[in-house]
Design a protein around this ligand. Structure first.
Ligand code: ADP
Ligand code: MG
Length: 261
């Protein structure tokens, strides 16, 4: 596997589990021995904080990677998990949409910088909750999009907008972009609604929906305040088990995509 893989974790809705999935999928892949680079593309920097990279430690950031001459290797910092590195974000990034709007090739900035990702590595991009220039950069750079969907009533509503953006990116700069899959998050099995949403999603989207569903689990929500993935904070929790199982499914799908390519 000479090539690296780039996956954009995107949904324009906030609070659906993008960052939680980026952190814990990244941790699970790294722990399984895959060299993984997590790109924090959200000005809120939640993935950076959640992996224990403090604001003081964010010398070079995703902003430098997008707007400056810096290479990927200069912006990535190691985390306390072996095989998992991070390109951190700070609030600088919040003005990037406006600032980069006039730049030539403004949608290909990230793609260009990710070209020298190490062979065989997996790059996960934690997108902001919007379909603006940052998310478009992620999709132009990506082989595939992973969509976390919160198991709640309006979950499927925003999806058509997201798929329209994917279509535009395919037409305009990245014809090979695929949907890697949809991950149902924060499901509550005591709640009929979660089951209904899961049934609807599977009926509408079929095999695109990953078999594993991430349950709502208090350990998952506690972990970021300890600056750790739940996989380190409480490895025996239901949330950890679900993310490990999902990571195995995700890696298997990625391999299929590679074989086809
Ligand atoms: P996004 O990045 O899409 O905005 P987050 O990953 O930050 O979403 O998740 C939103 C909130 O939900 C966070 O407070 C997070 O800790 C919590 N959360 C995410 N997944 C779970 C889960 N499986 N169980 C419990 N809380 C969760
Ligand atoms: Mg987030």
């Amino acid at each position: 596997m000479a090539q690296h893989s780039v996956i954009a974790i995107a949904n324009q809705k906030g609070g659906v589990g993008k960052t939680t999935t980026a952190i814990n999928l990244g941790a699970a892949l790294a722990m399984a021995g895959h060299r993984t680079i997590l790109i924090d593309l959200d000005p809120q920097g939640n993935a950076s904080t959640g992996l224990g990279v403090t604001v003081e430690q964010r010398h070079k950031t995703i902003y430098d990677l997008l707007a400056g001459p810096e290479a990927l290797s200069e912006c990535a910092v190691s985390t306390r998990i072996e095989n998992l590195s991070l390109v951190p974000a700070t609030s600088d990034l919040s003005s990037a949409d406006m600032e980069l709007a006039q730049t030539k090739d403004r949608t290909r900035l990230l793609r260009r910088k990710l070209e020298d990702a190490p062979a065989g590595s997996i790059v996960l991009i934690d997108c902001p909750p919007a379909l603006g220039l940052l998310t478009v950069n992620a999709m132009v750079a990506a082989d595939a999009v992973l969509v976390p969907l919160q198991a709640e009533f309006y979950a499927l509503e925003g999806l058509s907008q997201l798929l329209t953006t994917v279509k535009h990116v395919r037409q305009s700069g990245n014809p090979a972009l695929r949907i890697n899959g949809v991950l149902l998050t924060m499901s509550d099995y005591r709640n009929n609604l979660s089951q209904q949403v899961e049934a609807d999603a599977r009926a509408t989207l079929g095999d695109l929906v990953f078999p594993t569903v991430i349950p709502r689990n208090v350990r998952v929500s506690e972990a970021p305040s300890f600056a750790q993935p739940v996989l380190l904070y409480d490895p025996s929790s239901k949330g950890s088990a679900a993310y490990r199982q999902f990571a195995a499914e995700f890696a298997a799908r990625l391999k299929l995509v590679r074989e086809e390519a």
